[in-house]
Write a protein that binds this ligand. Sequence first.
Ligand code: ZN
Length: 464
Amino acid sequence: MKLEFFGAAAEVTGSCHILHVGGRRVLLDCGLIQGSRRDEARNRDPFPFEAANIDAVVLSHAHLDHCGRLPLLVKRGFRGPVHVQEATGELTAILLADAAHLAERDAEYQSRKTGRNVKPLYTKAEGEQVMRQIEGHSYRETFDVIPGVRVTFRDAGHILGSCVVEIHAQENGVERRIVFSGDLGQYDTPILRDPEPIDRADVVLMESTYGGRRHRSREKTLEELGEIFTSERSRRGNILIPAFSIGRSQEILYQLGKHYDEWDIGRYRVFLDSPMAIEASKVYWDNAQLFDEEATRLRRENGGMPLLPNLKLSRDTQESMAINRLRSGAIVIAGSGMCNGGRIIHHLKHNLDRPETQVLITGYQAHGSLGRRLVNGEETVRIHGRTIPVRAVVHTVGGLSAHGDQDDLARWYEQIPDRPPVYLVHGEPESQRAFGQYLRGRCGAEVHVPVPGDQIDLDRSPGG
Ligand code: ZN
């Protein structure tokens, strides 16, 4: 019985680990490597295993860096089940369809540019094949994965349907409880429930994305948002919010609805300008059984979700273009979250040169992205070959992260009885170092930071 680290070991994306029990193999996640073009080229590398020899996949949640290589696994011969939480299954369908569409478009573009026949990473048909192998489960239901391996999903509070994966493994009379955190949310995050406590673990695989920092408090963040929406400037111009389709967009809509009177949201026209975010929002609002207490109450009082009577969904391009004619009073939520593509680009192009415009940056902006340039306060940016002066006010709003910070992560770990050995995955080396140190100092935890190819022999004591 052993666990082997493969992806998101000593990095953030490409989550994938391999559990070996009784001569069979289970993959925990099969995520896409994201980042620069060179990083992303690694997605085409062969897996360090035969896809056809994998017996099953257990997926922690729907983000692409956790599920985005599943179509590739299928393309290379994997025919087993993909176990997911039910809402994760619905969101995965949306994300994989979009990823396959982008992969096909990118291949066409590269083919034109290079004169070679560049094949897409995978096709829409391969993405759809994954969905035929999906098996949905509820939280807290225990199910068989392979002989000797049973799994229970616990709520991770990160995005809708996100799971901590609790693995009960048995081989030759040895029994182990392995807990894979997936991505963990912040405590008291809106809409979703808190990360669920774990009652036993012999070994813990844990994410560490923000293990090295603390988020701004939620109260401060909401205060800041309130000031922006009620400011004098906001009476004269538009407010643009680049947002990720799954999680962040729904959280923003929820906060706008919750503070509708307080922030005077009624005087705006709110646009959700992203077909993918519209689809994902529907999945969110249709899964009210997964909401936390507050969202359940607000939904009941409102008679349904979303909470915004003035929300306009703009599905097609015509509707999106019409928004550009509005000079004031619009709140526009559009992708991509880092402004490196999508409809937000057009809105920025039409609004950035106006001092009455406000841009709300609510998430991480990678180096080189347009969003990062705006955060850095660059005076001009290039959009579609044009130089545009940035006269808009750019606000960076912290505290809305879908990931727990140092304290959230430690809090989740510390409630596990007997503080089992912990292996940090899914984090930049600096965050892992900082979090490892923090956890050792705070509760004397035995912390390991694996690199790809490392293995834990689970027959022996997992700490060894
Ligand atoms: Zn995630």
